[in-house]
Ligand binder design. Structure first.
Ligand code: NAD
Ligand code: ZN
Ligand code: ZN
Length: 390
């Protein structure tokens, strides 16, 4: 089969003649991918910021398709089912899965001992990601092996296009969870840092959840326009002071709820030299563009909530924890518990309340994947979300 594979920093290739995956466990299924997407999380691997990648790893954790084969113990799926596969692999049965904490499933990470060493405890297995999360072959491929396929996959009813449901596997529930864990009240100002695909779904979710005002911060004009069309007040950080504008929009009180939909990019978008400088700078406002988390802690109204879907891979320096403590802020973060939200979100899609396809700007073949990583990374050609058709 064909698949997009990681060959090192900024080196993704479409490789041919790879072996097709096979059933390895009775609960598995093999899915023939009809659509898959490139995510901001893939860019952390592309940029070489995520430890634990190996040459030849198959990329991709946002995918859907047709079930081609099911293991003998899988009573949920049958050949021919159309499924969206959540990016978090879940056993459905461990203590954490029973609590709905799917992204910290205690069983699905087959490289537990490595994760234990680095994180203190293992987290769920993820497709097409680092070996810290199991190193499972990803979905930017013609075929994928889906472990625990009797739990995670969402069977899609007839009448919905790939474009309407594909994002149920990650960025729609990610934006939704980021907003849900803000516990939005009608008097709240919700601020979303980052107008990438995840930020877009944070904005629309916060609007649907009834926030008084939603603000979105980025410096890419077409992304800000899309957020504005979704109901957000845009702030272009190249053109105005984020802190001053947020003070003005909240009459000096600060936003109650802040969402980081950027993650490591705040580092990745800077040269290594300026990263080293940054580490030296204890003071908050000395850099040209303060780290998103520092800015969030600084502007957030005391008693507020910081919701962090943005992905971090390693250590983060100089976070003003004293300010966070004294302001009584609540931090909520993590990989998304996708299956916690999929039933409700699928229903909202079916009812026409949400149509996630608006974020797609590029639909191309799998072979064009490597070039699209670059275009998505550099935000060229108006690129917001890329869908690949293997
Ligand atoms: P993206 O790279 O397309 O979007 C990030 C956006 O942030 C870009 O538009 C960029 O211009 C903007 N940005 C960069 N620095 C900024 C700054 N200092 N202030 C404001 N905006 C800034 O990525 P995406 O696909 O939208 O994903 C966003 C984040 O969410 C990534 O870190 C990704 O790994 C993470 N993510 C997390 C989960 C989860 O389960 N928690 C799931 C999917 C994605
Ligand atoms: Zn993703
Ligand atoms: Zn589990």
């Amino acid at each position: 089969m064909k698949a997009l594979r990681w060959h090192g920093k900024k080196d993704i290739r479409c490789d041919n003649h790879l072996p097709d995956p096979t059933i390895e466990d009775g609960r598995d299924a093999i899915v023939k991918v009809s659509s898959c997407a490139i995510c901001g999380s893939d860019l952390h691997l592309y940029d070489g910021f995520m430890p634990g990648m190996k040459h030849g790893d198959i990329m991709g954790h946002e995918f859907m398709g047709e079930v081609m084969e099911v293991g003998k113990d899988n009573k949920k799926l049958k050949v021919g089912d159309r499924v969206v596969v959540p990016f978090t692999i879940v056993c459905g049965d461990c203590d954490q899965c029973r609590k709905g904490n799917f992204s910290v499933c205690e069983r699905s990470n087959r490289n537990k001992s490595v994760a234990d060493k680095v994180f203190g405890h293992s987290t769920a297995g993820l497709y097409g990601y680092t070996h810290l999360t199991g190193g499972y072959a990803g979905g930017q491929a013609e075929y994928v092996r889906v472990p625990y396929a009797d739990v995670g996959p969402v069977v899609i009813p007839d009448g919905l296009s790939d474009e309407q449901v594909l994002f149920l596997g990650d960025i729609l529930p990610t934006g939704w969870q980021a907003a849900a864990q803000c516990e939005i009240e009608p008097s709240d100002t919700v601020v979303v840092w980052g107008a990438g695909p995840v930020g877009q779904f944070c904005v629309r979710s916060a609007v649907l959840m009834g926030a008084r005002q939603v603000v979105c911060i980025d410096n890419v004009p077409e992304r800000l326009s899309m957020a504005q069309a979704g109901g957000a007040i845009p702030i272009n950080f190249d053109e105005e002071s984020v802190i001053e504008r947020l003070q003005e929009l909240t009459k000096g009180k600060g936003p109650e709820k802040c969402i980081d939909a950027v993650g490591m990019e705040a580092h990745a978008s800077r040269s290594l030299d300026s990263m080293y400088d940054r580490v030296k700078q204890a003071a908050m406002m000395e850099t040209d563009r303060p780290h998103v988390l520092r800015e969030m802690i600084y502007v957030c109204r005391p008693g507020g909530i910081l919701s962090i879907p943005g992905v971090y891979g390693g250590l983060l320096d100089k976070i003003p924890f004293g300010a966070a403590m004294n302001k009584g802020l609540t931090f909520r973060m993590g990989q998304t518990h996708v299956n916690r939200w999929t039933d409700d979100l699928l229903e909202r899609i079916q009812e026409g309340q949400i149509d996630p396809s608006f974020v797609i700007t590029h639909t191309v073949s799998l072979e064009q994947g490597p070039e699209m990583y670059k275009i998505f990374r550099e935000k060229q050609d108006g690129c917001i979300k890329v869908v690949l058709k293997p």
